[in-house]
Design a protein around this ligand. Structure first.
Ligand SMILES: Nc1ncnc2c1ncn2[C@@H]1O[C@H](COP(=O)(O)OP(=O)(O)OP(=O)(O)O)[C@@H](O)[C@H]1O
Ligand SMILES: [Mg+2]
Length: 358
């Protein structure tokens, strides 16, 4: 009889050539992904890109149009949801309103006819993990949003799942509570070791929670990688634009006409072996410097306390953003000089948008 919850290492979740269409529209297009055992994976992408559809196919709530899904060694493609060993937490985690916290968490064990004494022990162990020990006798209506969220998580983990699926579970919470829940989820994951997939369109959630982030765009993989690589080596302009705040500055450059210099005064593009490209540089990677060779006119300034976001007109069609911690005393219309260093530049293919070189 388990009193403490078991720590398992989870199981690999493998998607092989997974496609999904509704009538005429293709929602997921030939997805090939392995979510490694015990890892915390985040699926990130704009509304409608297929995040929930992917999760629902793994959980068995949606059928695949073609392809196979494996959990560990088992082909689960045709299995019922209840036979897949996945626990799911949704955005609208409907708790049973007339049941206490204890009974909400215990429910799935009761319907499996697990003995009463074992149910009590398991619910108490779970309550400890999600910090609800003192709330077991309350009704959901007597709890805060964060506490209700923790009941939903408790209800999911009490069955000791090998796979945990979360579909935007924090989106109803305020900023502070979200941050607390992120921390709790991370600790919970370390403790349980279940392979986890977490859907969000919040990049901060993705960056802070994930071992790996899967970025989806219109049902296709843009990049599946560690948060560090997603940020430092975005595989495409889509990823570059999606992660970072404000977004990476992206603009077309031409080897012959555009003069972007490195700190030594050399043309940056002189060394790229392509004539046209899209140059990307993050707002926080640009150094404001009165001696700088590139100049822009200040259009807008936002003071964030720890740093300022400058929006400049540099003669392109697009705004150019710089994050600076210098605490500048400047006004709209002033000229700002800066440099772009080669080591901070990202180059992308002008047609495909894919990253060029390392
Ligand atoms: N039952 C359905 N019939 C037809 N199209 C559907 C159906 N369910 C979802 N879709 C479409 O599939 C696409 C992907 O939907 P999905 O719910 O997976 O998006 P999502 O990435 O989870 O978006 P969000 O961030 O808004 O939750 C959308 O364009 C949606 O309109
Ligand atoms: Mg969704």
């Amino acid at each position: 009889m388990s009193i403490e919850l078991n720590h398992h290492n989870g199981e690999n979740i493998i998607l092989k050539n997974i496609s999904k269409s509704y009538d005429s529209s293709d929602v997921i297009d030939d997805l090939n992904i392995t979510f490694e055992s015990g890892e915390f994976n985040v699926i990130l992408g704009p509304s409608g890109c297929g995040k929930s559809t992917t999760m629902n196919m793994i959980a068995g709530l949606e059928e695949v149009t073609s392809g196979e899904i494996f959990i560990g060694e088992t082909d689960v493609t045709q299995l019922e949801p209840k036979d897949r060993g996945c626990a799911m937490v949704f955005q609208n985690y409907a708790l049973y309103p007339h049941m206490t916290v204890f009974n909400n968490i215990a429910y799935s064990l009761k319907i499996r006819r697990i003995p009463k004494t074992e149910i009590k022990q398991r619910v108490e162990a779970v309550a400890k993990i999600v910090s609800l020990t003192d709330y077991l006798d309350r009704l959901p209506s007597e709890l805060s949003g964060g506490q209700r969220q923790r009941v939903a998580i408790g209800r999911a983990i009490v069955r000791e799942p090998k796979v945990m699926l979360f579909d935007e579970p924090l989106s109803n919470l305020d900023a502070k509570l979200r941050q607390e829940m992120r921390m709790e989820l991370t600790m919970l994951h370390k403790r349980l070791g279940a392979t986890s997939i977490f859907v969000t369109h919040d990049q901060v959630e993705a960056m802070t929670l994930a071992d790996k982030i899967l970025i989806l765009n219109k049902g296709k993989v843009e990049q599946f990688d560690t948060p560090k690589n997603i940020y430092q080596k975005p595989a495409s302009t889509f990823v570059a634009d999606f992660i970072g705040s404000p977004a990476m500055n992206l603009f077309p450059v031409n080897k012959v006409n555009d003069s972007y210099f490195d700190s030594a005064g050399n043309k940056i593009l002189g060394r790229a072996n392509i004539d046209n490209a899209v140059l990307g540089v993050r707002p926080e990677d640009i150094k404001v410097d009165s001696e700088g060779k590139i100049k822009g006119t200040l259009k807008y300034i936002e003071d964030m306390g720890a740093y300022q976001v400058l929006t400049l007109d540099v003669g392109q069609n697009k705004d150019f953003c710089i994050n600076t911690t210098l605490g500048l005393d400047i006004n709209i219309g002033d000229i700002v000089s800066f440099d772009i260093l080669e080591e901070n530049c990202h180059l992308f293919h002008p047609q495909t948008g894919r990253r060029i070189s390392a």
